[in-house]
Design a protein around this ligand. Structure first.
Ligand code: SAH
Length: 243
């Protein structure tokens, strides 16, 4: 009775840890959002695969629990890291009344880290990760976090920057942060990290506004007051003297 909640990394299997691969290989049942199950299909031949559409997270957890209670080993696959806007916490909540089911979180490379690597080294110092999705968090709270992170001069990494319904949230976020960050602050964004169509753009805070390129498969990076562009790469200095 075991459920692995597996972070598979941002994209194809090159980004997956050997631990994640082993957890999937050991499992009888694979559960996950259709797109992520598809990303690991080279590992799932002969296994029972249960995939569901996007907004059925709790149902997916229940499916995983049911299979585990039947005595099967289950891998619940999430993109990036399983514990960063992933399902590791929800799985623990859903299985709360079944302590006999062992839940193992298998970490993965989150979009902040894989995207930062594509852009250069923007997160080198203190940074804040903020999701612009208000599906589960009130927008007022998101606004407060954006403002305070900007005021404290954090590098800010934005997840869920846009969806069809939230097309102007990134504009609002840029406006809010502009109270404390200059409009020419170096920024960047990466789409489809590690997947087909990966694209990275280095730009400024002003360029994040009315930007049709940014979508729900994009991670956005907003520099701090020290962040600069070096040979096309977005870099936040670590602060060493003499470089
Ligand atoms: N658990 C995931 C995050 C899920 S939230 C992780 O640790 O990476 C979904 C958001 O993550 C997306 O809206 C996007 O901002 C970011 N994201 C996840 N995978 C991505 C990828 N391959 N390329 C770009 N952004 C990605």
């Amino acid at each position: 009775m075991k459920i692995y909640v597996v972070g598979i990394g941002p994209g194809n299997s090159d980004f997956m840890t050997p631990m994640a691969r082993a957890a999937i290989e050991e499992s009888d049942v694979i559960v996950g959002y259709t797109l992520y199950v598809d990303l690991v299909k080279d590992l799932t031949a002969g296994k029972e695969v249960k995939s569901t559409a996007m907004k059925q997270e709790v149902d997916r957890c229940r499916m995983a629990l049911e299979s585990a209670l039947e005595g099967k080993t289950v891998a619940f696959v999430c993109s990036g890291d399983a514990g960063v806007y992933g399902m590791a916490g929800v799985m623990a909540e859903v299985a709360e009344d079944h302590p006999e089911v062992e839940i193992v979180t298998v970490p993965g490379i989150t979009a902040a880290c894989s995207g930062a690597a594509v852009l250069g080294a923007p997160l080198i110092h203190d940074f804040a990760v903020i999701s612009l999705s208000d599906l589960l968090t009130p927008w007022e709270k998101i606004e407060k976090r954006l403002k305070l992170a900007a005021e404290a001069d954090f590098v800010v990494c934005l997840y869920n920057p846009k969806s069809k319904k939230r097309h102007d949230y990134i504009d609002k976020a840029a406006d809010l942060m502009s109270a404390f960050k200059a409009w020419d602050t170096p920024c960047g964004y990466v789409k489809n990290i590690g997947r087909e169509g990966e694209t990275a753009v280095v730009c400024t805070l002003a360029d994040l506004k009315e930007n049709d390129d940014i979508d729900m498969f994009t991670t956005v990076f907003v520099g701090n007051s020290q962040t600069k562009v070096i040979n096309g790469k977005l870099v936040t200095p670590r602060g060493y003297k003499g470089v």
